[in-house]
Design a protein. Structure first.
Length: 303
């Protein structure tokens, strides 16, 4: 006796809260980027300009993320029967392109100022602008981390950690302007190059995460947790052939459950529902597909 059952688990994400967090962050970073851009253009600060470009890049990537959120909610079609959840991985590719362009522009301006150094003007405004970048990034980082944890959204929480790093980048721009004002004119373009290096460091992390997603990587501890909760359900004799892969923000899980072969179809279905409920409460982002196997012997699946 074997049967497949697919039931969607309650989502751990409330798109309205997630979108609100992203939009609020974009507005805050956009405002800081505008202030920094104006100050940098007036005072010719490579460090502040690099930080402004980075924050503008974050706003653009936010727009890409929002578009991917909207597309991911579209219903499945005959052409895309698994839905559009992986559109977020496509969005990540576009985000990488934006980050590369941001880094290239920041590096070009910083190198130009290394060869043609000139004092930073409007020091006060540039210091205020860089400080605004620090405050904006710290504020949105704490907000995104809090909302991300509340929604059990690792993506949003990770983005909040990213903003914490961006706050350090803005602090570097602040120190570069301050040092330049104290007579170290090369400090400002050097700060711009350091900011470029930080942007590339962040890019490396983004590429690594995208590689994991493309290879369907899942945290082994998460699989252990799924298996442990499934085994804990009374009536489950064993668990085997557990597979999981991320599809957007949803974890698609396939699991084979060994049960008493004397169970009726109705009883086996009820047990499968209990397994789905138990695993769903432990891993709210999961969508579980349970295959029931009679007894604990070896079972041949597939051709």
């Amino acid at each position: 006796m074997g049967g497949g059952h697919t039931h969607a688990q309650p989502g751990a994400y409330d798109d309205r809260d997630a979108v609100k967090a992203v939009v609020v962050s974009a507005v805050a970073l956009g405002a800081a980027a505008v202030v920094e851009a104006v100050a940098a253009l007036v005072g010719h600060s490579a460090g502040v300009l690099a930080d402004s470009l980075h924050n503008f890049g974050d706003v653009l990537t936010t727009a890409i993320l929002l578009a991917s959120f909207w597309l991911a909610r579209r219903p499945a079609t005959r052409r895309f029967p698994a839905g559009f959840g992986r559109i977020e991985d496509v969005a990540t590719l576009l985000i990488i392109v934006v980050i590369v362009l941001t880094a290239a522009l920041a590096a070009a301006e910083s190198i130009r100022k290394l060869y043609s150094p000139d004092p930073v003007g409007s020091v006060g405004w540039n210091l205020i602008a860089a400080a605004a970048g620090v405050v904006a990034n710290l504020g949105v980082s704490e907000y995104k981390i809090r909302v991300g944890r509340g929604l059990k959204s690792p993506a949003l929480e990770a983005d909040g950690v990213h903003s914490r790093i961006d706050a350090l980048v803005s602090a570097g721009a602040f120190l570069g302007v301050l040092a330049s004002w104290r007579g170290l004119q090369l400090a400002d373009p050097i700060a711009g190059l350091l900011i470029t290096a930080m942007i590339l460091y962040i890019l490396a992390g983004t590429i690594r995460q995208l590689f994991y997603r493309m290879m369907d990587a899942v945290d082994p501890e998460l699989l252990d947790e799924i298996e442990a909760h499934a085994r804990a359900v009374p009536g489950v004799l064993g668990i085997h052939d557990v597979n999981a892969r991320w599809v957007g923000r949803e974890l698609a899980i396939v699991m084979h459950v060994d049960v008493d072969p004397k169970l009726s179809l109705k009883e086996a279905h009820a047990l499968a529902s209990k397994v789905e409920k138990e695993v769903g409460e432990a891993v709210p982002a999961g969508r579980l597909d349970v295959h029931m196997d009679p007894g604990t012997g070896r079972h041949q699946h597939g051709p």
